[in-house]
Design a protein around this ligand. Structure first.
Ligand SMILES: [Zn+2]
Length: 357
């Protein structure tokens, strides 16, 4: 049970117990940071609750499990924030991606929300009988994006639940979920994953050596999604940009720094800059931690992040100041500030700090 869920032993034990007892709450709110397994757990719980095997659930063999794995289960409804204009075929494609890769990185689409159509669709489907007769599950991801109208339309269903229906909602933080929804759910917390859990999962699922898996886990900050991202081609590209930024800030003329900032400030780059800056942040935080926990000098760089030496020799003060400046810039990125302005200011400040001017 829950073989696809990384770590979260406490939650696995809890669900094993309640499933065994047959006394399952009618609505859950899974909350916790990105990459901790909320979607993976929601999907697996849905499969367990609809599986037709009496002994081994999920069996991965029955007709219900087969439909589930193809994202075609008529009694499992999966909703996620979308723009109102999203086409049905695109939604279905997205459903298939989420089911196949529940730890995949979520792309944040502007104005995406759980619009009132979601509540209408749920009501329409619940008027019908269960297709396979084994209970029905409604999953709503990122329910902090639920509009007030959607929440109001769902309240009655949550208050007077159908006997065979289980609601599973997820949220990054319960504080952002409407109180009327939150108060009707059983809250299940998903905590940051341990390095060991992440490394073991990478070792098992991605065939990495244990040492390499541990190196990746070191930077993953408790998120399996982040750890998986390190294996993607896109990550390699981001890393190259990181190296260019640092090299340029430290070694090149001011004109070249301005030119790089302009080059990176194209419209297409808006979504790419944030992960690039976050990689630099991860490296700096790792270095900072190592300065105080390791007696080794000089620092052993983590082989996963082959960052330029200019970043590796910084003093603790320089590391803190750089982290500060990058965090400010990341914050500004979400506030519609002109990208070129953010970058040029950041690069100038990094130049001063890293060159010790
Ligand atoms: Zn089954």
């Amino acid at each position: 049970m829950f073989s696809k869920l990384v770590g979260q032993e406490k939650n696995k034990h809890y669900f094993a117990r309640v499933i065994e007892s047959g006394k399952i709450h009618h609505s859950f709110l899974f909350h916790g940071p990105e990459g901790t397994g909320k979607t993976a757990a929601a999907l697996e719980l849905a499969q367990i609750l609809t599986c037709r095997d009496k002994h081994k659930r999920p069996c991965n063999e029955c007709g219900s499990c087969a439909k589930f794995s193809k994202s075609e289960h008529p009694d499992v409804l999966l909703f996620f924030p979308v723009q109102s204009s999203m086409k049905p075929e695109d939604k279905q494609a997205m459903r298939e991606i989420i089911t196949a890769r529940p730890y995949g990185k979520t792309t944040h689409i502007k104005n995406a929300a759980l619009h009132v159509e979601v509540a209408r669709e749920i009501k329409r489907r619940l008027r019908l009988q269960s297709f396979l007769g084994q209970g029905r599950v409604i999953i709503m991801l990122n329910c902090e994006t639920m509009t007030l109208e959607t929440a109001n339309a769902l309240l009655k269903l949550l208050e007077e639940p159908h006997e065979d229906v289980t609601f599973i909602m997820t949220a990054l933080s319960i504080d952002e979920v409407l109180p009327t929804i939150r108060s009707r759910c059983q809250l299940i917390h998903f905590s940051y994953l341990s390095k060991k859990s992440i490394a073991e999962a990478l070792h098992k699922e991605k065939n990495l050596s244990m040492q390499k898996a541990l190196n990746f886990a070191e930077f993953a900050e408790g998120s399996y999604t982040k750890a998986l991202f390190f294996l993607e081609k896109e990550f390699e590209e981001h890393k190259k940009v990181c190296n260019r930024i640092i090299y340029c800030c430290v070694n090149e003329s001011l004109e070249k720094v301005v030119a790089l900032s302009e080059e990176l400030s194209t419209k297409e780059n808006v979504d790419k800059i944030k992960p690039v800056l976050e990689i630099i942040l991860s490296v700096l935080k790792f270095q900072y931690k190592n300065i105080f926990t390791s007696s080794k000098a000089p620092l052993e760089p983590n082989p996963v992040f082959d960052m330029p030496e200019s970043l590796m020799i910084s003093t603790p003060e320089a590391i803190i100041s750089t982290i500060d400046e990058i965090e400010k810039s990341v914050d500004l990125l979400s506030k519609n500030v002109y990208l070129n302005l953010i970058l040029v200011v950041l690069f100038f400040k990094m130049r001063v700090i890293l060159r010790n001017e």
